[in-house]
Design a protein around this ligand. Structure first.
Ligand code: FMN
Ligand code: COI
Length: 327
């Protein structure tokens, strides 16, 4: 039941499969004799220096994967020199996760209760989270047929979304809010000085609106195929979004990234960095903090190797002309 929750997507899982299939259709057109020497994968986002452009996507319920929970993921991400985005649906308190690792960003589903939403943001900020990732692809919850079949509706006894506790200590459910609009993101601006990223952008017109509304970053995502089944593959959506944003703010992408060559293609098509969801969950389940560290380091080493073979010393040297559609 829990493995299906992690692996599954919405509907027929067309988008879930499509995210991976889209990378299968793309090929790298390498450059030669570029004398790259050692590659330099260091990446800076909102003033934080990272050793890799591969970040940990926000995912719910890590205690279902490993007894170390989100703290183990944070420890692994920190050891790999990258950011973990903590899900609002984490099963451990953000303070405990921050004690285990960092740098952290915090993912938010803005709640209809604005005062409670502000309190959660303040709490994440106080715990040391350095950016806020606002998920905007979930006005309603995706229809996940595996979860329906398995009747997976609640966390087991003893587990809870620890960052959803209100002042009385009661745990609230994470609500999806179909009344959410750009005005509410403007209100978040008044609550926090942290950089604000919108996660779940696929249409270039929305990327333009995000920049116009003063967002600090855009994450091209279809929620790993868990929300709108039939949505475009993220690597297919990325070029138009990147072109519209025009380097005014960082553009990140997630969905279906499993190999360093996938990262290379995403960076070449306009991403400043990528995030990985299920690979981290699988590594956490298999090997705890060390597993997460090794999976992230493997992806980064694999990217480094691919860059050497494609003739790029730095991520910034990866450009769209290095990618072609397979015949
Ligand atoms: C089990 C699971 C839980 C997730 N939980 C969240 C979440 O709480 N908030 C969120 O914004 N995205 C969530 N996502 C989406 C991820 O942040 C990310 O967009 C997606 O996993 C990327 O695709 P990938 O798994 O193919 O790398 C979740 C994804 C999975 C697989
Ligand atoms: C449990 C939800 C709040 C998170 C989730 O499953 C998702 O965003 O995919």
């Amino acid at each position: 039941m829990h493995a299906d929750f992690f692996a599954g997507g919405a509907g027929e899982e067309r988008t879930l499969r499509g995210n991976l299939a889209a990378y299968d259709r793309l090929r790298i057109v390498p450059r030669v004799l570029r004398a790259t020497g050692e590659r330099d994968l260091r990446t800076t986002l909102f003033g934080t220096g990272l050793s890799t452009p591969v970040l940990v996507a926000p995912t719910a319920f890590h205690l279902l994967a490993h007894p170390g929970g989100e703290a183990a993921t944070a420890e692994g991400a920190a050891a790999a020199g990258t950011v973990m985005v903590v899900s609002m649906a984490a099963t451990q308190p953000v303070e405990a996760i921050a004690a285990a690792g960092g740098p952290l960003w915090f993912q938010l589903y803005p709640q209809p209760d604005l005062a409670f939403t502000a309190a959660v943001v303040k709490r994440a900020e106080a715990a040391g989270c350095r950016a806020l990732v606002v998920t905007v692809d979930s006005p309603v919850f995706g229809r996940r047929e595996r979860d329906l079949r398995n009747r997976f509706t609640d966390l087991p006894d003893g587990l809870a979304c620890e960052n959803m506790r209100d002042a009385t200590g009661r745990v609230r459910t994470v609500e999806m809010d179909a009344t959410l609009g750009w005005d509410r993101l403007a209100r978040l601006r008044e609550v926090t000085g942290l950089p604000l990223l919108v996660k779940g952008i696929l249409h270039p017109a929305d990327a333009r609106l995000a920049v116009e509304h003063g967002m600090d970053g855009v994450i091209v995502s279809n929620h790993g195929g868990r929300q709108l089944d039939g949505a475009i593959a993220t690597i297919d959506a990325l070029p138009a979004v990147a072109e519209t944003v025009g380097r005014r703010v960082p553009v990140l992408v997630d969905g279906g990234i499993r190999r360093g060559t996938d990262v290379l293609i995403a960076l070449a098509l306009g991403a400043d960095a990528v995030l990985v969801g299920r690979p981290v969950l699988e590594a956490l389940a298999a090997g705890g903090a060390r597993g997460v560290q090794r999976r992230l380091e493997r992806l980064t080493a694999d990217l480094d190797h691919a860059m050497a073979l494609a003739g790029a010393k730095r991520p910034a040297e990866l450009t769209p002309d290095l990618v072609a559609v397979a015949g």
